[in-house]
Design a protein around this ligand. Structure first.
Ligand SMILES: [Zn+2]
Length: 104
């Protein structure tokens, strides 16, 4: 028996490293997933804004379309398909970001 570090209830730990009872573990994973989904949503919104501002620019100058490489790296980390169960959207956004990185 182990004591859950979140709620304090005793539970049968299937693994020695288990610190949370099953309900708390599931809740923590749901929060983690929600957190990643929020980040992906924000990255998507940022990408959409970037696309819109690029599309609306009357005199398109390639230099002005360049995105900060550090920002692209952050977006790549957030969108990586491994973090989104290999979703098609994550793949598509990652491919776009990789292309953007190459053209810089
Ligand atoms: Zn618990």
């Amino acid at each position: 028996m182990a004591s859950c570090t979140e709620c304090g209830n005793y539970f049968h730990a299937e693994y020695q490293w288990a610190k949370l009872c099953k309900p708390c573990y599931v809740a923590s994973k749901k929060n983690e997933l929600q957190d990643w989904m929020n980040r992906a949503f924000m990255a998507e919104a940022a990408l959409r804004r970037q696309r819109q501002s690029t599309a609306q620019a009357p005199a398109f100058a390639p230099a002005s379309a360049a995105m900060d490489p550090h920002f692209i790296r952050q977006l790549l980390q957030l969108c990586h398909p491994d973090k989104h169960a290999g979703s098609a959207l994550a793949n598509e956004v990652t491919q776009s970001l990789l292309k953007m990185r190459k053209t810089q």
